[in-house]
Design a protein. Sequence first.
Length: 408
Amino acid sequence: MQKRVKKRVGIIGGGASGLICAIVASRLGCEVTIIEKNTKIGRKILASGNGRCNITNKKISAQNYHGQNPSFVSYAIKNFDRIRLENFFTDLGVEFTAIKDDRVFPMSLQASTIVDFLHDGCLEEGVKIYTHSEVKKVIKRDKFIVKKSDRDFKFDALVVASGSAAMPSLGATFIGYEIARSFSHTINPLFASLVQLKSDDPFCKKSSGVKIEAFLKLFVETKLEKEISGDLLFTDYGLSGLSILDISREASFALLKEKSVFIQIDLLPSISLSSLRNILKKKSKKFKNKPLSLWLNGMLHKKIVLSLIEKLKFNKERTLTTKEIHALSYAIKNLRIEIKDTKGIKSAEVMAGGVDCTQIDPKTMESKLHKGLYFIGEVLDVDADRGGYNLHWAFASGYIAGTSLGVV
């Protein structure tokens, strides 16, 4: 009886999606090889969640995902939901804990835990891993031929799990998009997401280093695009903080379209405008012989106080008129900062855009244009909100592809 030849599967990229795909496909009888550019696998995983690895979220839904075809994720996140993800990793040896905002982390609170167990899982299943191996080109004859500088690999099926171009300091490249284009796939416009925003407003630089809880409104042209509460950090280049990351996708997309963008900031969201006016009136009378820069400091950070006085061109050594109190109150509740740019792919946690999902089968992750070619993870036009959703997508899409590859 002739022995059945195993399907030879090549995976370009040893990140989250590639590693889980390798384990699943190997368990289902494939001979799997991972080709990774970096000297170590899982570099982006190690950097996720500030080194703690926010692996998923208790409330995963398609509404947390974006792209030109956001419903594309539905099948994958339904068939590899949070429970299945946790069960998969628990089987490898990982335990989990949920903390603020329903975010889920390994119990060790170390991203290295996830990488170590994925690596161990690959070794246990006989997956071959070639690190420090940069792919130069992929061609298709009877097999997929992956060309490196020193050798070629031949595979029956090929999975592109190379990630996005975000954070090149961690080894990110454009190779996945280049491979997709070489096989006639469309690449939807790329732009930074979960990224800091740049502004020329002197207020930001003068208030650099100040971190506050604020309420933000994002305007594109004159239309309110999004509202959010959270921490905000003023910097030399503009604005940072979790609230900024959470509205950066919309800002970045608008800037890509060359639209004007500004953020309206409520510096004291716990106080209404009318209450603030009354407080300022009382303080102005009570401390009329003291400089504005001193008594206003009882409510706001000193740097912000000085920045506001300069922005409004007030005399910081005298008391305020009724008109000035109204102007100051309004500025505190509606500080306007024009946004000129983002910090770009070097700082972005995620890259929006990518391989057009209408050309990919959502139930297999296989290309509709070329049989045996798969795309998973960040290289696709799928990006998500902050909170574990992006990493969950990487694992879910990798799992779906791995399962599909194991079907004869």
